[in-house]
Write a protein that binds this ligand. Structure first.
Ligand SMILES: *[C@@H]1O[C@H](CO)[C@@H](O)[C@H](O)[C@H]1NC(C)=O
Ligand SMILES: *[C@@H]1O[C@H](CO)[C@@H](O)[C@H](O)[C@H]1NC(C)=O
Ligand SMILES: *[C@@H]1O[C@H](CO)[C@@H](O)[C@H](O)[C@H]1NC(C)=O
Length: 320
């Protein structure tokens, strides 16, 4: 103020000119901002992928390929993040077998929250066990929001059986299989083997409810964590894909959230007749009644689908 008072007329004119230039810059910037905002609106919703057991974030013939297919079909500004748990691809593969699932979910939540490109929300596609892990992310970590969740062959009610060791080159496979049959709910086994954390023994249903570190928790078997339900209900769509000739996931109906009727391992109770649905303790019934729970089936074995099917039934319908 003092400076202005002591200025000559010339100086005042100069100042007005400067002010005009400033105003012009301001308007110009505003136009840029508006243009920029318009561009932001055309960016497709980003996608987060989580691989299955025995796979990694970046295998060029599995998730690496899916990432490329998505990037190509979602457009030039698309962003696809394939979660890697651990500091290297090798560690990511090992963690899929041995890292406590709750800690894996925690790490995924951290990575997702730290990624500024996901801050407005994202779609999620899980492969096999990656599906139930992403569901845990939706239930435990609502920020940023997960919009659509696609579960490809996920084990939402767990597994009971390991028909054959899929990884014949891995010598501990057979040992783990026998261990799970006998002692899945012993705490050191829960802590050490990811598969134990979603091992669901229908004959010892109580042992499962009390002993399963991961699955019994996210399915609200032990405590009624109402935030799990509230958060799952924030999804726009939850898509459950079952592979009708799946010989790897036992029973395959777990991919549609159904499981053996407790007490035996032959008869399956359909989801709509099961306690988790009837009491609606995680929100599946509410999702179904609002038309947001979808059941798809694909003929073929575990995770065997064509690119055409993926594009027309998943990408076009839920990811665009
Ligand atoms: C419910 O889950 C959230 C997220 O994992 C957790 O922070 C909270 O402590 C849980 N509440 C209860 C009552 O267990
Ligand atoms: C869980 O808690 C909520 C809030 O107290 C209650 O409305 C709901 O009925 C409970 N659900 C189950 C399955 O116990
Ligand atoms: C599924 O399994 C049935 C019975 O084993 C078989 O006849 C059919 O060819 C299989 N279909 C596919 C797509 O694998």
């Amino acid at each position: 103020m003092l400076l202005l008072l002591s200025s000559s007329d010339n100086n005042i004119v100069t100042m007005i000119r400067i002010a005009n230039v400033c105003l012009a810059i301001l308007i110009f910037n505003t136009i840029l901002l508006v243009t920029h905002t318009n561009q932001v609106e055309t960016v497709p919703t980003p996608v987060v992928l989580w691989h299955g057991m025995g796979d990694t974030c970046c295998n060029p013939i599995s998730l690496g390929r899916i990432k490329k297919v998505l990037e190509k079909n979602l457009g030039p500004n698309s962003y696809v993040k394939s979660l890697r748990i651990g500091n290297s691809i090798e560690q990511d593969a090992i963690n899929g077998f041995f890292k406590n699932a709750n800690l894996q979910v925690k790490e995924a939540c951290k990575q997702i929250a730290a990624d500024s490109r996901l801050k407005n929300g994202y779609n999620a596609v899980g492969f096999s066990q990656g599906s139930q892990f992403l569901r845990a992310v939706a239930q435990r970590c609502p920020k940023p929001p997960m919009l659509n969740l696609i579960s490809l062959g996920g084990q939402h009610q767990g597994v009971f059986g390991w028909p054959r060791c899929l990884y014949p080159n891995i010598k501990w496979c057979e040992y783990v299989r026998q261990l799970l049959d006998k002692e899945a709910y012993v705490s050191w086994v829960q802590d050490s083997f990811v598969q134990a954390e979603y091992w669901h023994d229908p004959i010892k249903e109580n042992d499962y409810v009390e002993g399963s570190y991961f699955l019994a928790d996210i399915n609200n078997e032990r405590t009624n964590n109402t935030s799990y339900r509230d958060n799952l209900l924030k999804l726009k769509n939850f898509v459950l894909v079952m592979f009708t000739n799946d010989t790897i996931v036992i029973p395959k109906e777990t991919e549609w959230f159904a499981f053996y009727t407790p007490g035996q391992d032959i008869q399956i109770t359909p989801l709509e007749e099961s306690v988790i649905y009837l009491t609606d303790r995680i929100g599946l019934r509410a999702l179904q009644e609002s038309g947001r729970l979808h059941f798809l089936s694909v003929p073929g074995n575990h995770l065997q689908f064509t690119e055409d099917w993926f594009l027309s039934e998943i990408v076009d319908k839920y990811l665009k």
